[in-house]
Design a protein around this ligand. Structure first.
Ligand code: GTP
Ligand code: MG
Length: 554
């Protein structure tokens, strides 16, 4: 409960530990340290991956004696933390303090009897726990507390938003409901660690790490787990070896391209997961994509997973967003609200297409925050100036250096409320000259578009690439129209009246599909008089009246 309350606290007051801290008592002491110094992206990754290697997942009966289960497991070593969750039955995630405890447990675990099916004897860290005498024992057992692994539906969220007293607090409520929990994050790292066990059967030095929204502070409950297979550690070894007077190198299979090697590795690991991975279902090898990957459903954890081979640029993007997400609490609250808004209005979609992706939308928010006066987050060039020797990274000829230590970045002097920021976001992009300008986050400036893609957002680390190349003109127009409509709603609504009438107001009005149950829109579509148009023009400072009519659907 303490963690929940903390998450609602705005801004710099909130302890970072509320999100990335820990559930177990043994680690509680570490949170004190987290409060004083925010961990770097790499530190969080390393710590979490190591935790995941000491973790097991146990399928349990629906009623059980929690104490007895823990007692039983404790005979293999100290337990750091545990929680229960529902996913086609009850599961317990149990994190030991020592890795050796997992091996000790694995030693006594039995192999299922092959009655109808023959089992593949791969010994994973997924177990099933059953009561030997279920009928008599069940009476003594009680239901366990279940940690939720999905967020509440939007209509339930909207109900909660009524109770807030400002748009800003509505946005923090949304953030609190949607953000990844400590438990869900542990489960994500465990999923990677279980896939890593397979990868290590071929490449003992490899690691499987999450990237994207699982780790960039913008993940919501239910989002996919993007993971990549990393051989980086092995390369570092090789460089050290070369320092002496002699040189030794491995004899390795040579292939005509890195892409081909990636495809071969992913193909084999995909087959391996398909054939031997407990609970790995619906494996799809998408090896001809620009970034080859294997998609699968990991049933024990309940995640949809995308496995690719180390993509240093994507990891740097995740780290950059992690930094932005940690600098000021308004950043995450704004991104979560806008991601939810975009999803409700069909501007984003869970399948790839010509629409804006969550990643592009997040970059648009970052750009907007760089453009505030004073800026809320620094430009990438400014982060590069703060980089020290260990932060230097050149990837494929691109300079991807930026500061990793969050304490080196001065907090912003900007004190705007989220109410203002949300409304200004819609107004800013509702009036942005997308025909002429592109978004450059490295410089924090609008620059002339280098080519004719409808929406051009410079890839921050590969300067000639557009991260929103997939977006077509109709989708961009839909985004602009929705942004204008939303700005209009926020500027024009009589909040007090709507609160009295128990109608959705503020963020809740924006998350109600326009034209369905949103009285704002209803009222207007009955007759859009010249009076309304004039007031719209005034409020939005639009130069082009016909554009406006298109935006409001006339
Ligand atoms: P959700 O999964 O929608 O919550 O967000 P996500 O940020 O995880 O996006 P997604 O799963 O689509 O992609 C995972 C990561 O791949 C992103 O965070 C980016 O780092 C990277 N990525 C995705 N799309 C692009 C792209 O078009 N260009 C580049 N350079 N990187 C991308
Ligand atoms: Mg993702």
């Amino acid at each position: 409960a303490g963690g929940r309350a903390l998450r609602l606290l705005p801004g710099r007051l909130r302890a970072h530990g509320a999100r990335l801290g820990s559930v177990g008592t043994a680690e509680a002491a570490e949170d004190t340290e987290v409060n004083t110094r925010k961990k770097t992206f790499t530190e969080v990754q390393t710590e979490r991956l190591e935790q995941a290697e000491r973790t097991v997942l146990i399928k349990c009966p629906s009623r059980l004696n929690e104490k007895k289960l823990l007692q039983y497991l404790s005979s293999h070593g100290k337990i750091n933390s545990h929680f229960f969750f529902e996913n086609r039955g009850i599961h317990a995630l149990v994190e030991f303090s020592e890795k050796s405890s997992v091996a000790s447990l694995q030693d006594i675990v039995g192999i299922p009897k092959a009655a109808e099916h023959h089992v593949v004897p791969f010994k994973s860290r997924l177990f099933t726990f059953t009561l030997k005498n279920p009928v008599t024992k069940a009476a003594q057992e009680t239901p366990v507390h279940l940690s939720p692994q999905s967020h509440i539906p939007v209509n339930e969220l909207i109900q909660k938003l009524y109770r807030a007293d400002s748009i800003s607090s509505q946005m923090y409520i949304l953030l609190n409901e949607y953000q990844l929990t400590e438990e869900n994050t542990k489960l994500r790292f465990l999923a990677c660690s279980l896939v890593q066990d397979f990868a290590r059967a071929y490449f003992p030095d490899s690691t499987v790490k999450p990237f994207g929204s699982s780790v960039n502070t913008f993940g919501k409950l239910g989002c996919d787990v993007d993971m990549f297979l990393d051989f980086h550690d092995t390369q570092e070894h090789a460089t050290q070896m070369k320092k002496g007077p002699f040189e030794m190198e491995y004899q390795m299979k040579r292939l005509p391209s890195e892409r081909l090697a990636t495809q071969k590795i992913l193909s084999v690991i995909g087959d391996c997961l398909d054939n031997f991975g407990p609970g790995c279902m619906s494996i799809q090898k998408i090896l001809n994509a620009r970034c080859p990957l294997v998609k699968f459903a990991h049933q024990p954890t309940g995640f949809q997973c995308d496995l690719s081979v180390s993509n240093s640029i994507a990891i740097k993007s995740s780290e950059l967003l992690y930094i932005y997400g940690n600098l000021d609490s308004r950043v995450r609250a704004l991104v979560f609200s806008l991601r939810c808004w975009a999803r409700v209005h069909g501007l984003t979609n869970s399948v790839p297409g010509t629409w804006i992706t969550n990643f592009s939308l997040t970059m648009m928010v970052m750009f907007f925050l760089q453009k505030r006066s004073p800026p809320i987050i620094p430009t990438l060039d400014q982060l590069k100036e703060l980089a020290d020797e260990k932060d230097k990274h050149i990837i494929g000829g691109n300079d991807c250096s930026f500061v990793s230590d969050l304490s080196k970045i001065n907090p912003t002097k900007n004190t705007e409320t989220l109410d203002e920021l949300l409304c200004d976001f819609f107004e800013y992009f509702g009036n942005f000259d997308f025909r002429k300008n592109s978004l450059n986050l490295r410089r924090g400036k609008e620059v002339n578009k280098p080519e004719s893609s409808p929406l051009y957002i410079w890839n921050p680390f590969e300067q000639d690439l557009n991260i929103s190349k997939n977006v077509n003109q109709p989708q961009l127009e839909k985004f602009v129209a929705m942004a204008r409509e939303s700005a209009w709603i926020l500027q024009k609504e009589d909040r007090t009246q709507r609160m009295i009438n128990k109608e959705p107001w503020g963020l809740a009005a924006l998350l109600t599909p326009f034209g369905k149950s949103n009285p704002n829109k209803m009222r207007r579509t009955k007759g859009l008089g010249s009076e309304t148009i004039r007031s719209l023009l005034d409020s939005l400072k639009l130069s082009n009246a016909s554009n406006l009519q298109k935006a409001v659907g006339k």
